[in-house]
Design a binder for this molecule. Structure first.
Ligand SMILES: Cc1ncc(COP(=O)(O)O)c(C=O)c1O
Length: 384
C-alpha cells in the first residue's frame, strides 16, 4: 500500500542541500541588496561570516580564512593553482570529485612528479601509502561514494609537504583535525544548506609560508590570486573579497550560521548527522534489498549516504537496466513529492543517495523509508 504520510521536507539532494529547519525567504530581509559590497555595512557582514565560521568550527587562531568565488571548486582550484609545483604531489582518489582534482594535478597543471591512488566506489585507498614529504590532495568525505576519512591519525603534525583537503561535505557534520590539514575548502551550499556561488578556504601557517616563498610557474588569473609579489594578500583573509559576492547569499549564510549556533553548535550538528545515519542504518539492517555502498562502517559518511540495491533480480540486470530502474524509482518518489533528488551520482554505480547532513530532520528520514519500500516494490513489479 502507498504510505499516507509524506516527509515534512522531501528534499534529500546532496547539493545544494536542504535549507535549515524553519528557513523562509523572509529571513533574508536584512540582505544589503543594491548596496556596494565595499560599503562599511557589507564589509561588516563579510567579516561577521568569517568570524562566526571560525567560532563554530573552532578554527585555530593562526589559520587564515577567506571567502572565495565559485563555491568549493573555486576554493580548491585557487589553492591547487597557487600552491602546487614546489614538490611532488599525490592524490587519494576515492570519489568522483577527487578524480576531478587528480585531473587538475596531472593534466591541467601537469605536475610532473605526481601519483594518483585510486580505488573503486565504496572503498578507500591504503592511507599508509601517503608520503608526507610530498604534497597530498584528498577529500574528507566522498559525496558521490559515501566514503569518508575515518580520522586524521594517519597524518603526522610534522611534515614537509602540504595537505590539501576538500572538506565540503564533511565540515559542520564531522570532526576535522585542523592541525592535520594545511588547505581546507568548503562551500556554503552543503551541510548548512546555504546558497551556491561562494566557497571558503582556510590556510595553515605552513600553507601561508608556501604562498610567500613559492612563485608558481604558471599564469595566475586574478580570481585565484591570494598573494602578490611574494606577499600574502592579508585583506583577502579579513573579508576583502576578490570580486563581487552575492549579498543575498551572504545573508543566507549568516542565517545558516545563526541557526547552527542556536541548534547547539558543532557538536549538535555532528550529533544530528550521526543520528540520521543511525536511522538509515537501522532501516538498511531490516531491509533485505538494500545495503551500503561502503561495506565498512568505519568509513561510512553521515552526510552523503550512498546505498546499493542488492536484490538478486536487480543484480542480474545489465548496468543500463539497473540505471533505468533507479531512475524510475527516483522519478516515482518525485511524482509523489515524497523524495527529491535521491538518485545516486551519475558516474557512481547505480543506487540511491540520501543526504543526511545537519539540516535534515530525522523524522523526515523515518517518513521516507516506507516510501522507498513502496517505490522499490512498484518499480520491481513494473519490470523496468
Ligand atoms: C566533495 C566535493 N567536492 C567538490 C564539489 C563541487 O562543489 P561546488 O559545486 O560547490 O563547487 C562537490 C559538490 O558536490 C563535492 O561534493
Amino acid at each position: 500500500m502507498k504510505p499516507r504520510e509524506r516527509p515534512d521536507n522531501p528534499r534529500f539532494s546532496s547539493g545544494p542541500c536542504a535549507k535549515r529547519p524553519g528557513w523562509s525567504l523572509e529571513k533574508l530581509e536584512g540582505a544589503l541588496l543594491g548596496r556596494s559590497h565595499r560599503s562599511k555595512e557589507a564589509r561588516a557582514k563579510l567579516r561577521q561570516a568569517l568570524q562566526e565560521t571560525r567560532d563554530i568550527l573552532s578554527l585555530p587562531d593562526d589559520y587564515r580564512l577567506a571567502i572565495t568565488p565559485a563555491s568549493d571548486t573555486g576554493a580548491m582550484e585557487m589553492a591547487l593553482w597557487s600552491l602546487l609545483g614546489e614538490r611532488g604531489a599525490d592524490v587519494l582518489d576515492w570519489d568522483s570529485f577527487a578524480s576531478d582534482w587528480a585531473h587538475d594535478v596531472t593534466r591541467e597543471l601537469g605536475i610532473k612528479d605526481s601519483r594518483v591512488f585510486k580505488t573503486p566506489y565504496g572503498e578507500i585507498p591504503d592511507l599508509s601509502r601517503a608520503d608526507f614529504s610530498r604534497d597530498l590532495i584528498f577529500l574528507w568525505n566522498g559525496t558521490t561514494s559515501g566514503v569518508r576519512a575515518p580520522d586524521g591519525d594517519w597524518i603526522p603534525d610534522e611534515r614537509e609537504g602540504l595537505v590539501f583537503c576538500d572538506a565540503t561535505s564533511a565540515l559542520f557534520a564531522q570532526e576535522i583535525p585542523w592541525r592535520a590539514l594545511d588547505v581546507i575548502t568548503f562551500s556554503w551550499q552543503k551541510v548548512l544548506g546555504g546558497e551556491a556561488a561562494h566557497g571558503m578556504i582556510a590556510l595553515s601557517p605552513g600553507a601561508a609560508r608556501r604562498l610567500e616563498s613559492f612563485r608558481p610557474p604558471r599564469p595566475m588569473p586574478k580570481i585565484f590570486r591570494m598573494a602578490k609579489d611574494g606577499k600574502i594578500h592579508e585583506g583577502f583573509f579579513e573579508g576583502e573579497v576578490i570580486n563581487t559576492p552575492s549579498l543575498l547569499c551572504l545573508e543566507d549564510y549568516l542565517d545558516a550560521l545563526r541557526w547552527a549556533r542556536e541548534a547547539g553548535g558543532l557538536s549538535a550538528l555532528i550529533r544530528r548527522a550521526n543520528g540520521n545515519l543511525a536511522a538509515i542504518a537501522a532501516w538498511v539492517e531490516k531491509t533485505d534489498w538494500i545495503d551500503f555502498l561502503c561495506p565498512d562502517p568505519a568509513y561510512r559518511s553521515n552526510t552523503s549516504v550512498c546505498l546499493s540495491i542488492v536484490a538478486e533480480d536487480f543484480l542480474k540486470r545489465s548496468e543500463e537496466e539497473r540505471r533505468a530502474f533507479v531512475k524510475r524509482l527516483a522519478a516515482r518518489l518525485e511524482e509523489e513529492n515524497a523524495a527529491l533528488d535521491i538518485g545516486g551520482y551519475r558516474k557512481a554505480p547505480p543506487g540511491i543517495r540520501i543526504w543526511a547532513g545537519a539540516t535534515v530532520e530525522r523524522a523526515s528520514l523515518e517518513a521516507l523509508f516506507p516510501w522507498l519500500e513502496w517505490a522499490y516494490r512498484e518499480t520491481a513489479k513494473e519490470g523496468v
